[in-house]
Write a protein that binds this ligand. Sequence first.
Ligand code: ADP
Ligand code: MG
Length: 354
Amino acid sequence: MTATAISLRGLSKHYDQVRAVDDLDLDIADGEFFSMLGPSGSGKTTVLRLIAGFEVPTAGTILLGEDDVTTRPPFARDVNTVFQDYAIFPHMSVLENVEYGLRVKKVGRSERRKRAEEALATVRLEAYAARRPHQLSGGQRQRVALARALVNRPKVLLLDEPLGALDLKLRREMQIELKQIQREVGITFVFVTHDQEEALTMSDRVAVFNEGRIEQLAAPVDLYERPASAFVAGFVGTFNLFQGEAARAVVGEAGSFVIRPEKVRLDAEAPTDVTGLCIAPGVVREVVYLGSTTSTVVALDAGPTVTVSHPNTDTSIDAALERRDQRVVLTWRRDHLVPLASSETAALPEEETA
Ligand code: ADP
Ligand code: MG
């Protein structure tokens, strides 16, 4: 059985009328790469600040391992935080920056040096020890910030959108590296991001936040393949939603259903064997070339518009563009449909019951 690194029980933080964090229960396992994903203002940073001790909860408790730390000051909690705007000291060398936390803790000179060099090696910056921060790239400065947090060997590392300031290419490289580093050091990472791809790339589990609450908590694959609500389906990837009359016409059942764009086939005619398939004829409205994939928007005879996405493995874009305004048939496997049971979608009025 895995030990628990962090337990949040009934945790709330209110600012006047705003429920930034609303009665949260959450367990994060030892050594886990855990992400909190959600739109701006959904309460992610507030949860991190509560765990770090920078905020006092309105209600609830915070356990680190077995210890109730709810009322402890930040320095008495075995956690470290890495922010997006990494606060590294410009007048110190890289090595001095990394050593700084240990100097404050009165760790001896040779021990300090050894541990700082180890931390720099972990973030692949051993060759940069003597440099000043202004001689580093953005990605390298972020690694210094990471080394500074790791050098204290905390049980838990909190990371608040640490890659947010980097350009896309560098961010993707750092995502892979962060995951490798986390595996090497074995420290529990709690990672905050509003970028779904980032969360899916790195995490063991992801909590999707919406208005101070967790909408769904799952492994990346399940979050994408089995979204629990329209909010999650829309936040993690793109999706097609059928509900009300459209669900009855296209799926043949009442309810709300999601199908992902890459699960839908597009052909000129219906297949002969339709066992286990949904069939939906329509007209191509738009063809969008996206480099590695092409998106095709189809207005179904049954009403709704469906987006289909396919890799450009052996399609020519000219052939795809010629489909505009043509009649097509969409098919997908019934077992690829995801039924939604969230209160949010269930609460949408249905024509017949209205
Ligand atoms: P996220 O990190 O997901 O963008 P935050 O945790 O920063 O969200 O904010 C959650 C909500 O709490 C927002 O509505 C925000 O405006 C509010 N909030 C956060 N910090 C404060 C504060 N110090 N005072 C008042 N409201 C705050
Ligand atoms: Mg934030």
